[in-house]
Ligand binder design. Structure first.
Ligand code: AMP
Ligand code: GLY
Length: 423
């Protein structure tokens, strides 16, 4: 099989690493890829949203399957683009069609879906520039903190949580009237605040059948003790120790099953990963958000624990025979620590040479914002590299990640030294 992965982060390096292990994978391309994917696949310099260039590549290389990493091409309808093109319609695309990708593309759409299918989530109302005053009035009925969410995709920055009512009103105005997040905040969802501990549940579905993959917890803030600005994710662990059998069965019955049935009932064509962001309030799970792809850096701990041949699993997704697959999970824990450029998530420098990668033992370096230049691996983004390790416990695994990080270096390298601290 010839396979193309779209994306260039740690998530895509991990998917490439996993697919490349399959005897069924004859040729693997990644567009645009990074220095890590270059080790296991051929990088092609094409943007993930350049559908015309992707079509040409798929035709020229006779690609059989396209695995979509990030949300943008899905929300822009790449799966539909393939289905509507005579020469591409038989290519398997792993990722939902546009109608279903709206679950990530619009917070309001996701909330309506959750309520329609009685899936536990925070109470909410949504507002636009025509009813800002009603938005202020709704905020007055809520207790702080106030949760405001730009409806559309805002590169992970569209959620603002504020303690002060006046600040919350000012934020609502900034989003709706001053277009703080551009078109993404023409609508704003205001939600009840849920107080609890977060985790993520990953589900793979073919639209009819589903498989629950390992849970993971990511660490979003830049600073130790979960302080400072939000990032794309600074580290992750899997499994989540507090997601015991009883809690997982609540997730399955109350959330996963109604979600998959909801896709069918609402005619949302879905062949791909569902990333369910959850919060545990007391002993009950609530949905915070849906993402229509795998998480990053959660992928760097979830896929290493999957024992199956991932090509076989994806074929079953494409053929709607996922019920015939038995998912096998490595009992060991996996952890990952993200190395980031100094300054990230604010301004940072790029082009720093990364040294020590060859000395890593008993961990895996998944490259993210790193590229090859003149035979050297240099930084090209804020999140640079995720160091994943296995262990009998997550503590043992995290120790290995930190031991290997000691051997890695680039100018102004930064990372969190407390991944797993809260467990
Ligand atoms: P999202 O982009 O929807 O994942 O939201 C970003 C972060 O905001 C989440 O990871 C949570 O930490 C927080 N958050 C979102 N919605 C709520 C809520 N209703 N109650 C408490 N925290 C929330
Ligand atoms: N780590 C969170 C995300 O991928 O959205």
């Amino acid at each position: 099989m010839t396979i193309l992965i779209l994306g260039s982060g740690g998530r895509e390096h991990t998917i490439a690493w996993k697919l490349a292990q399959s005897p069924k994978c004859e040729k693997l391309f990644v567009a645009p890829g990074n220095s890590g994917t270059a080790e296991v696949a051929e990088n092609v310099n094409i943007k993930v949203t350049d559908f015309e260039a992707i079509r040409t590549l798929v035709q020229e290389q006779k690609i059989d399957m396209v695995v979509v990493g990030p949300e943008d091409p899905l929300v822009q309808g790449i799966h539909d683009f393939f289905l509507n093109d005579e020469s591409l319609k038989d290519v398997a695309v792993i990722g939902p069609q546009r109608a279903a990708a709206e679950l990530e593309g619009s917070k309001e759409f996701a909330k309506e879906f959750l309520f329609r299918h009685n899936i536990p989530t925070a109470a909410y109302q949504s507002f636009n520039s025509g009813n800002v005053e009603e938005g202020y009035a709704f905020l007055e009925t809520l207790k702080p903190p106030y949760v405001l969410k730009a409806d559309g995709l805002a590169a992970g920055k569209g959620v603002v949580i504020l303690d002060d009512l006046n600040e919350a009103k000012a934020e609502l105005k900034a989003m709706l009237i001053d277009a703080k997040f551009g078109a993404a905040s023409t609508k704003v969802v205001i939600e009840e605040f849920l107080d609890g501990i977060e985790l993520s549940c990953f589900v793979l579905t073919d639209g009819k059948n589903y498989k629950i993959l390992p849970t993971a917890k990511d660490y979003k803030r830049i600073g130790e003790g979960d302080t400072g600005l939000n990032t794309g994710g600074m580290g992750a662990i899997s499994p989540v120790p507090f997601a015991d059998e009883e809690f997982m069965s609540k997730i399955k019955e109350r959330i996963v099953i109604p979600t998959i049935k909801g896709f069918e009932k609402d005619n949302l064509p879905y062949k791909g990963f569902v990333f369910i962001g959850l919060i545990k309030v007391g002993n009950d799970p609530f949905v915070i958000e849906y993402n229509v792809r795998l998480g990053d850096p959660e992928t760097e701990v979830v896929l290493p624990r999957l024992k199956n041949d991932l090509v076989e699993v994806f074929e079953a997704v494409a053929n709607q025979t996922l019920d015939t697959i038995k998912i096998e999970i490595d009992e060991r824990a996996a952890t990952t620590v993200m190395l980031v450029s100094g300054g990230y998530p604010e301004a940072y420098e790029k082009g720093k040479e990364i040294s020590g990668i060859g000395t890593i033992e008993d961990s895996i370096a998944f490259h993210a914002g790193a590229i090859l230049k003149d035979g050297k691996t240099i930084t090209s983004g804020g999140r640079v590299m995720a160091i994943t390790s296995y262990g009998e416990t997550y503590m043992e695994a995290i120790k290995k990640s930190y031991q290997n990080i000691e051997k890695l270096h680039f100018d102004k390298m930064n990372y969190r030294k407390d991944i797993g601290f809260d467990l």
